[in-house]
Write a protein that binds this ligand. Structure first.
Ligand SMILES: [Zn+2]
Length: 281
């Protein structure tokens, strides 16, 4: 398993860096499984530099904040485009397409929001374009605690602590386990999410511990989770800055509290997710 950073910014894209998005790939060749975790602004562009979105086996959203989901619509329209013809005189407007729908897992209660989003920009000559979340995606609402299978991976959703309901995503396959926090404050559930994971991809939004109601982590918080859950390595992400000094200072502060490798997420960086036993082979 590998995880590739598509976007690592909190909030909106900046300095040429997209908001949250991570491409998980498992195996290779015809059997490769590809899962997109979160899909903030800029992620559609970053993803398109690596693969055609039709190659995705699933998309999983941690929560419905704009910086984690806004590029679902452009990705959906890219998928739709494969089944569309340019409107011509004498033919009725195309209102449907025949394409493979990409499974999309969204938090319980949020499907209606995405249908409304797709309908906000009507294309009267091609009404199929207004139905991205019906025609391009096979949308499932998940509940915290759910498990499901995508190709060779098992995915588990763990409710964490954020201003909007946010589930951390645990992706397990034969050769490793990835735990991704999405957005969260400190909560005991982080230990459940990350227990024994080979790689913890943890948000690191703040410079110091959160004292408010929103729910974010700082470097020390992420490191404490990594140590407590005995993960193999820690990758910090979801930054409000691209300042190399701030990022390196965060990495160093985390490394004081967690004895394993600590990395900083950067666009296009690719991290192997392997169990310690696999890594030795
Ligand atoms: Zn959020």
């Amino acid at each position: 398993m590998n995880v590739t950073i598509l976007g690592c910014r909190s909030g909106m894209p900046a300095h040429g860096q997209a908001s949250s998005g991570y491409l998980v790939s498992i195996g290779g060749g015809a059997e490769e499984t590809r899962v997109l975790l979160d899909c903030g602004p800029g992620v559609a562009t970053a993803l398109s530099s690596l693969i055609d979105p039709a190659m995705l086996d699933a998309i999983v959203l941690s929560h419905v904040h704009l910086d984690h989901c806004y590029d679902l619509l452009p990705i959906g329209k890219s998928l739709l485009a494969k089944g569309l013809s340019y409107p011509t005189a004498g033919r009725p407007p195309q209102s449907s397409v025949e394409i493979r729908r990409v499974p999309l897992y969204v938090p319980a209660g949020s499907a209606a929001l995405f249908h409304r989003l797709a309908a906000l920009f009507p294309v009267t000559t091609v009404p199929a374009l207004d139905r991205a979340f019906e025609l391009a995606f096979d949308m499932h609402e998940y509940d915290p605690g759910d498990y499901f299978t995508v190709g060779s991976a098992e995915v588990h959703l763990e409710l964490l602590a954020h201003a909007a309901p946010n589930c951390g995503v645990r992706v397990s396959c034969a050769d490793g386990t990835l735990a991704y926090t999405g957005d969260t404050g400190r909560t005991p559930a982080l230990r459940t999410l990350a227990r024994g994971a080979d790689l913890l991809l943890a948000e690191c939004t703040l410079s110091e511990p959160d004292s408010g109601p929103h729910g974010h982590l700082c470097a020390e918080d992420a490191a404490d989770v990594a140590a407590d859950a005995a993960v193999g390595q820690l990758v910090l992400t979801h930054f409000g800055t691209a300042d190399p000094d701030w990022l390196e200072a965060s990495r160093r502060r985390a490394a004081v509290r967690f004895g394993g490798p600590v990395h900083i997420a950067t666009p296009s960086a690719r991290f192997p997710v392997r169990s310690a036993r696999e890594a030795m082979l």
